[in-house]
Design a protein around this ligand. Structure first.
Ligand code: NAD
Length: 255
């Protein structure tokens, strides 16, 4: 439906979506395909990637893997116009309970991974004329969530990285923005719920804790990403859109 509303706004453009084989990334892939983009998925596992994409197995925490995948996408699809830096993993705990190795691992995926993918894609983005990067941050960047020290730090860094990259590349016609989803109904969250004694009750409680009484639909996040990535929008850069029922902007807390 969204594709019909904005017709084929991504027609002629090539988009890369990291973590595009699941959850928010998979919704973004669908939204970009609906808008007429040719889409590449970079993911650790590509068996669940949309069949209409060019799917490349890649690990964003590995520079060689990223460089090879990005070059393969550009060779196969004739360039790169849009990068959706969405691959990320969760991490629970406080600074006392998260060890050094976990800090290094999560930051390498959630933060440096985005820099690696952007760096490898920049030579192609410079030739685009309609280039955009969208990074997936989180409400955790600003909310001060308990027992999420590492994850929150990583997502705060994504916002800072977004602003710094926006400043570095606006003169090259490359916009860089972020989205901050609240708790979204993805396989990631389902996995967490499934590990509870009573997943149904846990899901109901999680819904009730959201400001608008329900989890965020990944398609709602995809819509914000599509707006930020769209060539309809050439002047918005260095900012972020919250898709969280008001948790961030209204300071509405989980109850
Ligand atoms: P998900 O687990 O459903 O999907 C994440 C995808 O990223 C998977 O396909 C996974 O294989 C891939 N991935 C993980 N590590 C990777 C790596 N090293 N290299 C390449 N691909 C890798 O998760 P999701 O809920 O869709 O989350 C997507 C993004 O949204 C993440 O950055 C996450 O931090 C962010 N986010 C999620 C929520 C939420 O509640 N689901 C809320 C805020 C932000």
């Amino acid at each position: 439906m969204n594709g019909q509303v904005h017709s084929m706004e991504f027609s002629g453009l090539v988009a890369v979506v990291t973590g595009g084989a699941s959850g928010i990334g998979a919704s973004v892939v669908q939204r970009l395909l609906d808008g007429g983009a040719r889409v590449a998925v970079l993911d650790l596992r590509i068996d669940t990637a949309h069949p209409d994409t060019f799917a490349v197995e890649a690990d964003v925490s590995d520079l060689a893997s990223v460089q090879k995948a990005i070059d393969a996408v550009a060779a196969e699809l004739g360039g790169i116009d849009i990068v959706v830096n969405n691959a990320g993993i969760g991490a629970q705990g406080s600074v006392e309970t998260v060890d050094e190795a976990e800090w290094a691992r999560v930051l390498s995926i959630n933060v440096t991974g985005m820099a690696r993918v952007a760096s490898a894609a920049l030579p192609y983005l410079r030739r685009s004329g309609a280039a955009a990067i969208v990074n997936t941050s989180s409400v955790a960047a600003t909310a001060g969530l308990p027992a999420r020290a590492l994850y929150s730090a990583s997502k705060g860094a994504v916002l800072a990285l977004t602003r710094a990259m926006a400043a570095d590349h606006i003169r090259e016609g490359i916009r860089v923005n972020a989205v901050n989803p609240g708790t979204a109904d993805t396989p990631w969250v389902s996995r967490l719920l499934d590990s509870a004694d009573d997943p149904g009750a846990e899901r109901a409680a999680l819904n009730a804790r959201q400001p608008h009484g329900r989890l965020v639909d990944p398609n709602e996040v995809a819509e914000a990403i599509a707006y930020l990535a769209s060539p309809r929008n050439r002047s918005t850069t260095g900012t972020s859109i919250a898709v969280d029922g008001g948790m961030q902007e209204l300071r509405l807390r989980p109850v």
